[in-house]
Design a protein around this ligand. Structure first.
Ligand code: SAH
Length: 216
């Protein structure tokens, strides 16, 4: 099937069909060519309803999960958003169409380099990227209106909470190494935090100082 048609079908059945309503998220999912973010041999599967391997034992998330997390971040076009776990760069490319500027951190250099090339190819000039341990955030650029973690954490990293702006949202999978719950934390006007559990999920491990240790 033609990949543009496959993408349209993916959005209709997996995204709109499962209840994603934010029109900006839907538009971004229609626009960003997911097949460029998967390994070339897998481009025919790029619009299937699943996560896919991207090398280095990492995965690009299932399209629905990408859209769901993006919707839950409640992004406005003036927002600055931090993503931990660039991976293929697909999620960052989606966020780039929803926010003013995206800051994304990846710990594995080969993945980061590939993602950077794709951002350049697609002309996504509002994405800043660095190779580092993202569990401690990006203090020089803080505070952020939204923070997205795309790897499973054993607990919510304190440093990320500190880098949220008032009214800011953090979306993060938290749990053990096999299963997690997607959690949204909001920083309230009084400086406190409110937390809600959204859905069960499975992500690769968030590895680092405030994540899983001993895998470095
Ligand atoms: N958002 C990605 C999903 C990538 S999977 C996409 O759209 O493709 C999660 C990624 O998190 C992996 O690439 C992994 O290397 C990275 N990761 C894990 N721990 C990290 C850390 N502490 N800092 C930055 N990246 C991390």
């Amino acid at each position: 099937m033609n990949l543009d048609i496959a993408r349209k079908k993916m959005v209709e059945s997996q995204i709109i069909g499962r209840g994603i309503e934010d029109s900006r998220v839907i538009e971004a999912m229609l626009r960003v060519p997911r097949h460029l973010f998967v390994q070339e041999a897998m481009s025919a599967q790029a619009y299937s309803d699943s996560a896919l391997p991207i090398g280095e034992k990492q995965t690009i998330s299932q399209p629905y999960m990408v859209a769901y997390m993006a919707e839950k971040l409640e992004l406005r076009s003036s927002d600055r958003v931090l993503e931990i776990g660039t991976g293929s760069g697909y999620h960052a490319a989606i966020l780039a169409g929803l926010a003013q500027r995206v800051y994304t951190i990846e710990r594995i250099p080969v993945l980061a380099v590939k993602a950077r090339k794709l951002f350049d190819t697609l002309g996504l000039t509002n994405i800043a990227m660095k190779i580092d341990d993202g569990t401690v955030g990006w203090s020089q650029e803080a505070p952020f209106d939204a923070i997205l973690v795309t790897a499973g954490a054993p607990r919510i990293p304190d440093g990320l909470l500190k880098q949220l702006a008032v009214g800011g949202r953090l979306v993060i999978p938290v749990g053990d190494e096999k299963e997690q719950v997607l959690i949204r934390v909001r920083k309230d006007e009084d400086g406190g935090f409110s937390e809600e559990s959204l859905l069960d999920c499975r992500f690769v491990k968030l590895i680092g100082k405030e994540g899983w240790k001993g895998y470095e």
